[in-house]
Write a protein that binds this ligand. Structure first.
Ligand code: AMP
Length: 536
């Protein structure tokens, strides 16, 4: 049996009703704050994440699903050649030169060979010459007298035209020219998060022309983490970004507070009331340089007593020491300097303003100066919402300001703030409160057609569905007993019987499956009757 890949899972009904419930509420709340949806591709160039998330992070250094897309010409040629010559080996040279042979130690024993020069553009006379030269070299150094011919091939994209001088030169030297259709190979990655993609789109489409952008996304993300409850390799994030030129107000503490207040509202509306907002300011790059130095100094005498990860972090990225969960390290971490002691005047004032607005609108928060986002372009406000019921994986969402990200990706300055909610964890929290069934809308009625009544039943179903009723349509081959069983299993409120007599009378037997009460209702009154009965 083929199963879903480790770390991935199927979301099945009725659980998907909870996912729909969450997404509907999210869209409703985000709309009230004037956010609009963005959908970026599921895969992007690997470089985007290397630059946009950071080479140093766990995500980029060990958790990405990356692959090379598109085949280099030479790779294609080798594959064909190796298939035809199973005992052969191929060598690739950094110059794009390819030598293939049968025996080990090719210089001594080359008895049939192919030399390929792969040029990425229009072939030049120099390319033909160097290929020929190399082929000659191999011929001269072959000691085996029975050595077979060595073939030389120059491959190039078929779009590139060949100058006649190159054509002539290659004929003279016996070099075969071989145009190949190809798409240059590139490294691609399944997105591990959606901020980098959003900022890429902001730059690519010059979204600064629109002033302040308030964008949100809902979709799958991929990280090769060790799967456990609440942690998957394909998981879903709901996120939003406020980004734009500083002149559009993107840097204002009012935006930070608005985003945080929106999140508090969303969680409350979803019925997740026991959340905690942990808040910190990580300052600007200037503050952090000083802080990093202070941390390095403070870690120097103690780092040997810490876990292996922290010893590495102490050297590469001391800020990340604060991510450490090893209990023995905690007393040491408690003594380390905190970023809050290093904030410059601007950052301090910005943070004070965010806190003042939150207090004013009544959103409670806890200051946590251990909360750091480890990337260089993260600035100022950093936050996390946690939820006790989730246990070890208790962070439902995280976010912060990233005023330097656009520039890190080659765009113009574009301050921004955003967050990502783990939708899987959000749904998990909700499940602990209410079973998925409670949000599933069950059929209002099950239509049971008697013999030869499928057509009439379908007509009636069509009419009732137009009234926004949920109708399950049965089949004329079912005996009445089987229809009742199917209606009960589907959780329908009523069963509606469509027989020859009913059609003639234009009135149908409607039975309440809970009370057993049965009445005959005229076609024109059916929808109202079914809906009316639904009211408490
Ligand atoms: P991050 O992008 O790492 O800041 O994560 C934001 C949120 O996404 C976290 O707070 C989690 O709720 C969720 N999340 C991150 N990684 C996973 C995962 N592997 N499985 C499920 N949820 C995740």
């Amino acid at each position: 049996m083929i199963k879903a890949v480790r770390g991935t899972r199927d979301l099945l009904p009725p659980e998907t009703a909870l996912w729909n419930f969450v997404e509907e509420k999210v869209r409703e709340v985000f709309r009230a704050y004037n956010f609009q949806e963005i959908r970026t591709p599921i895969f992007e160039s690997t470089e985007l994440f290397a630059r946009g998330v950071g080479e140093e992070t766990d995500i980029v250094s060990k958790e990405m699903y990356s692959w090379h897309d598109g085949e280099s010409i030479v790779a294609g040629l080798i594959k064909g050649w190796l298939q035809a010559n199973p005992t052969a080996t191929a060598y690739r040279q950094s110059t794009g030169l390819m030598i293939m042979r049968y025996e080990p130690d090719f210089v001594a024993q080359l008895n049939d060979g192919l030399v390929v020069l792969d040029v990425k553009s229009r072939p030049s006379k120099a390319a033909v010459d160097s290929l020929h030269e190399y082929t000659q070299f191999l011929r001269e150094h072959t000691t085996d007298r029975n050595a077979g011919p060595i073939r030389s091939i120059l491959v190039f994209p078929s779009r590139a035209n060949v100058p006649s001088s190159v054509q002539e030169e290659s004929e003279r030297l016996g070099v075969k020219l071989e145009p190949v259709e190809y798409e240059p190979s590139q490294s691609l990655t399944l997105r591990p998060e959606n901020t980098a993609g959003t900022v890429r789109a902001y730059i690519e489409h010059k979204l600064w022309d629109r002033g302040l952008n308030k964008l949100y996304y809902i979709g799958p993300q991929f990280r090769r983490e060790r799967p456990q409850k609440g942690r998957y390799r394909q998981f879903y994030q709901i996120g939003a970004e406020v980004i734009g030129p500083a002149s559009a107000g993107s840097e204002s503490p009012a935006r930070d507070a608005e985003v945080l207040e929106m999140l508090a509202t969303l969680l409350d509306r979803l019925g997740i009331s026991d959340w905690t907002l942990e808040l910190n300011s990580v300052g600007c790059p200037n503050d952090r340089a000083k802080f990093n130095e202070a941390l390095r100094n403070a870690l120097e005498p103690v780092k040997d007593k810490m876990c292996a990860d922290c010893q590495r972090r102490a050297v590469t990225n001391p800020l990340r020491v604060f991510d450490c969960k090893v209990p023995e390290d905690q007393p040491i971490i408690e003594t380390l300097p905190r970023i809050s002691q290093f904030l410059d005047e601007g950052c301090r004032a910005h943070f004070e303003a965010v806190k003042a607005i939150l207090t004013k609108v009544g959103v409670p928060f806890t200051l946590n100066d251990r909360l750091v986002r480890g990337l260089d372009y993260y600035t100022r406000t950093a936050f996390e919402f946690t939820h006790g019921a989730l246990g070890a994986q208790n962070a439902i969402l995280g976010g912060g300001r990233y005023d330097g990200l656009s520039e890190a990706l080659g765009g113009p300055p574009a301050p921004g703030i955003g967050f990502a909610i783990g939708e899987d964890r959000l749904v998990l929290s909700l499940q602990q409160k209410a079973p998925a069934e409670s949000v599933v809308r069950k059929p209002d009625a099950y239509i049971a057609p008697m013999a030869a009544m499928n057509g009439e039943a379908a007509r009636l179903a069509r009419e009732l569905r137009r009234h926004d009723l949920v109708i399950e349509l049965g089949d004329e081959s079912f005996r009445l007993k089987k229809s009742f069983e199917a209606a009960t299993k589907a959780g329908a409120k009523y069963i509606l019987i469509v027989g020859e007599n009913e059609v003639k009378a234009d009135a149908f037997a409607l039975k309440d499956l809970a009370t057993g009460e049965q009445v005959s209702v005229a076609r024109a009154d059916l929808a109202a009757k079914i809906r009316g009965e639904r009211k408490p």
